[in-house]
Design a protein around this ligand. Structure first.
Ligand code: ZN
Length: 66
């Protein structure tokens, strides 16, 4: 499932929500932005933090016997 969310406020790229995963993010001011290496350094930090949290939760669930 791919749902159009809006355009990146920095580069104007289309941003979609795919299977519940947004291929962008909203910053503290509510502006939509994509994951682009050329975007501001501050946004990179926020991207990395989000990725780390996702990795950690995946690791935790895989270590836990179901
Ligand atoms: Zn962008």
């Amino acid at each position: 499932m791919k749902e159009y969310v809006g355009q990146c406020s920095v580069c104007g790229r289309d941003i979609y929500c795919e299977d519940g995963f947004l291929n962008g993010y909203t910053d503290s001011e509510g502006r939509l932005s994509c994951y682009d290496e050329k975007h501001a350094e501050k946004e990179h930090v926020e991207n990395e933090r989000t990725n780390n949290e996702r990795t950690n939760s995946e690791r935790t669930s895989s270590e836990r016997p179901s």
